[in-house]
Design a binder for this molecule. Structure first.
Ligand SMILES: *Cc1c(COP(=O)(O)O)cnc(C)c1O
Length: 382
């Protein structure tokens, strides 16, 4: 694949990661270190390139979603510990020790299965115990109605596993509503209760971690061994629409650009794109961009007054977004021509369009927008 600007491309400002990590460290009031979450190809930013930069600036633990993502990091030369945050099917258990990976414990049953494998192969496998304090996704349930502390203790007792960490996850740390805050605080209490009960039983819990990005932004005083930001090291926070408790200063690492492929004038009454949902009410100047939903641009932004930036100005998207192309109105922007660059998110001159604005307009979240940018879009590292 050409790694230059072909149709559309992502500019990855690797050098901004250091600023963002420093900013996270400023926010964290405790002594937490940072576990760099780089799952899903680092939300599309490029797992190895970003993990290398994170490692260079002192990050010494990474989190991914699966064993193949962990292998990608190992093959890319990342030597720090890697925690697999999700499920590893038994067929891949042999890879855990071989690649020095730390596996999350999803349940006692899962732990026993992994333990049986380890004992049969004379291995001791590093694991972190996941606690389900309210997400109801994976982890040993330690909620008020079902507090399975004995199961947690049982994992620590398994001889084939080295339980060297324990963690949980927040579903509503991004919400400062009363209910949400009470829920998150209750999760923290449950987490503390588990830690206290294990200590009482003489169990060394290992590394403790609970904060995702919004857990850092809204609960910066939590003082565990690690915090697990994904979005924040990428420099992404919400626009002003979501209130947060801190006042961070992040620099977005990723910008998305596309080429203008054609500019033309259309007369009043002419329609644009599939479905003919846009009809010119007067003579308009329009530009075609070489990017579409196959690249991951949300088709749901069709006919919603969403815009891109060209020459530092807003150009509204008109008509349905196509698979590989889309059209924008450039009537009010001077001298747009083939080969000009449109910014889908990022900055162009004084004007910036955040991924958060784009995601909100598309009725989704930043994480999804990032992960859906297709592999066919080249990443250009700055
Ligand atoms: C993805 C993930 C994170 C990082 O989430 P952000 O909101 O991007 O900070 C942290 N912890 C777990 C368990 C995750 O799955």
């Amino acid at each position: 694949m050409l790694t230059s600007n072909t149709r559309s491309w992502l500019e990855i400002h690797v050098s901004r990661i250091e600023h963002n990590v420093a900013e996270i460290q400023k926010l964290l009031l405790g002594t937490n270190k940072i576990m760099g979450i780089v799952k899903a190809n680092a939300y599309g930013h490029g797992d190895v390139v970003c993990a290398k930069e994170l490692e260079r600036i002192g990050i010494d633990f990474f989190g991914v979603s699966s064993v193949d993502e962990a292998l990608s990091l190992r093959e890319g030369g990342i030597s720090s510990p890697i925690l697999i945050l999700g499920y590893t099917p038994p067929v891949h258990f042999p890879l855990l020790k071989k690649y020095r990976l730390t596996q999350t414990i999803l349940s006692l049953e899962y732990a026993k299965k992994l333990n049986a494998y380890a004992l049969a192969h004379d291995e001791c496998i590093d694991v972190h115990v996941k606690l389900d304090t309210g997400m109801s996704r994976i982890g040993i349930v330690t909620q008020s109605h079902a507090y399975h502390i004995e199961e947690v203790k049982a994992v620590y007792a398994l001889k084939g596993l080295h339980a060297c960490g324990i963690f949980s996850h927040f579903p509503v740390s991004d919400d400062l509503g009363e209910d949400a805050q009470a829920f998150t605080k209750h999760q923290i209490e449950l987490f503390e209760q588990v830690l206290a009960d294990l200590k009482q039983a003489g169990i060394e819990v290992g590394l403790r971690h609970i904060q995702n990005s919004y857990g850092i932004l809204n609960y910066p005083d939590l003082d565990y061994d690690y915090a697990r930001p994904g979005l924040l090291w990428m420099g992404i926070t919400s626009d002003d629409e979501i209130a947060i408790k801190t006042n961070p200063d992040f620099l977005p690492v990723m910008e998305w650009k596309a080429n203008v492929s054609l500019v033309k004038t259309i007369e009043k009454g002419v329609t644009v794109s599939y479905g003919r949902h846009y009809k010119a009410s007067e003579t308009r100047r329009i530009a075609t961009l070489s990017v579409g939903y196959a690249d991951g641009y949300p088709r749901s932004l069709s006919n919603t007054h969403a815009y891109v930036l060209i020459h530092g100005k807003r150009a509204e998207i008109i008509g349905n977004i196509c698979m590989d192309q889309m059209m924008v109105d450039v009537s009010d922007i001077e001298d747009v021509k083939e080969g000009d660059v449109a910014t889908l998110f990022g900055c162009d001159g004084e004007e910036c369009l955040s991924i958060d604005t784009l995601s909100r307009n598309a009725h989704t979240i930043n994480n999804e927008t990032l992960c859906r940018i297709s592999a066919r879009v080249p990443r250009i590292y700055k």
